[in-house]
Design a protein around this ligand. Structure first.
Ligand code: PXP
Length: 241
């Protein structure tokens, strides 16, 4: 079975924030993705609130029928803003103010003490926890030890491989990490930098249940609309594009 598609709508909010007004409305984008057949909506509530705002979380939670996955830093301040709206899942990611987008996975080994505490708090409120990690054996094992519900494997390195170069080494790492995570009882997701050209090999990894894709869908939506951009990605994931 093909993985589900979680659509990340952060960059609809990026455009709205460029003028500080109301348009485009990220909630409308989420509803369009939902009607086009997306299986989930993802947003990243960054500490600097550069795109998604607290209000977006509240409204999304109220109007969506799809599960909402909120990415945030593994800090008490981030959790405070998220626990109220109670999304389906929280994905803990590394976050720095200087970065343009998430760069690299969480170091779950270095951060094991704070992560253990945060995972416990989130699970006490019935929110599932996913850790965004690089596809390494050690990180997967630590995610299982910390009793996360899921891991999201970082496909950033794979996505950065130039067209025409051989991606098999990185694909091998992703396949091994996915297998190991599933064997340890973790749900397996993946994402970062995926687009219509590179998604098929990732979608073919049998343990991966869900892909989180944002930038390429929102960029394509500028020309063909959100619904068509989501349908095209769903078709690519199913390998029929
Ligand atoms: N997964 C995580 C953890 C991310 O931080 C992001 C970017 O916000 C994505 C997936 C989606 O990446 P992209 O926008 O490159 O599709």
């Amino acid at each position: 079975m093909s993985p589900r598609l979680g659509v990340n709508i952060d960059h609809v909010a990026t455009l709205r924030q460029a003028r500080g007004g109301r348009e485009p409305e990220p909630v409308a984008a989420a509803l369009a993705a939902q009607s086009a057949g997306a299986h989930g909506i993802t947003v990243h509530l960054r500490a600097d609130r550069r795109h998604i705002q607290d209000r977006d979380l509240r409204v999304l939670k109220e109007v969506l029928s799809l599960p909402l996955n909120v990415e945030c830093a593994a800090t008490p301040e981030a959790l405070e803003s998220i626990i109220g709206p109670k999304p389906y899942m929280v994905t803990l990611v590394p976050e720095t103010r200087e970065e343009l987008t998430t760069t690299g996975g969480l170091d779950a080994i270095f951060l094991q003490a704070p992560l253990r505490q945060i995972i416990r708090e989130l699970r006490a409120t019935d929110i599932r926890v996913s850790l965004f990690i690089d596809p390494s054996r050690e990180q997967v094992m630590m995610a299982a030890k910390l009793e996360a519900d899921a891991v999201e494997l970082n496909t950033g390195v794979y996505s950065d491989i130039p067209f025409g170069s051989d991606p098999s080494l990185e694909l091998g790492r992703l396949r091994d990490a996915a297998k190991r995570a599933a064997n340890l009882g973790l749900r397996v997701l993946a994402g970062h930098g995926l687009n219509l050209r590179n998604v098929e090999s990732i979608a073919a990894i049998p343990e991966i249940e869900e892909l989180n894709i944002g930038h390429s869908i929102v960029a394509r939506a500028m020309f063909v609309g959100m619904e068509r951009a989501v349908r095209e990605m769903l078709a690519a994931i199913e390998g029929v594009a």
